[in-house]
Write a protein of this length. Sequence first.
Length: 295
Amino acid sequence: MQKERKTMNSADKKGLLNAKTNHQKERHYFKSTSIYHTLFYLIVSFLLYQIVSIPLPFGQAIHGRSWAFMIFFILFIAITATVAIRFAFKSYQEVMTSSVRIAGRDVDFKQVFKVFAVSLIGIVLFSALSDLVVPTTENQTMLEQSINANTAVGFVLMVVIVSPILEELIFRGLFINLIFKDNLFWLPIIASAAVFALFHETANIPQYLIYFVMGMILGFAYMKTGRLLTSILLHMANNVYVTFGFFFSSSFIAIGIVVVLEIAVVGVVLWFAKIASQNGWFHFKRVSEKSNQLN
């Protein structure tokens, strides 16, 4: 009887030890943020993002040019996008108050530019290679079909400005920082890329992999610099040359020129921002600065 008790106690201790070890491993990778808290930020941000594109199918159904609809669509995007971006950014700020993911207080504009330029060239080269295997994706086809005289201006605003900001806030800013520990690097990148690819409509595995790799590059740009500014600029630049291909010649030379111009423009903007920061015109504080004040 005593032997049985000893055996049971030993088994119980071993089970408790294994459970404790597994729990420690789980806590090593994931934050202890409330699941309801996490879902609230992600779901509300995502739903607000979806509201922005509501008028798009109505514009496709209108035959001929309608200035009234064009003006309505632009105003609708301006209002709903402002609400969505404000909510997502405020949520990101709140999440980052307890985060130490960003190492320095001030923006390293030189590093942002280097990572942006290299990542953009990587995306373009990957896109050129992937076009040989998958000429177009379900998501691209849907976007192309949604462009007409009534939706063109609103479409460009959505794809070039609104989508990059909101998608980076949701998939890189909120998803990574709500779920994963601050000391991790590749796991958050891979996980966010996987979810990012699921969000874009894909018909098969090759199409999914295209967006997955793109999500990996965007995630790397964010994690490498610790700045959403980097991945947002990169996402915008990618969408600019993709949108350029919808309206104009999409030859590799034409896209190459667009990419070079994008790198030059971003370089000038970052250079100006650096000068402005050094002269005290603007002060680029880290998002998580509040955590230093609390500590």
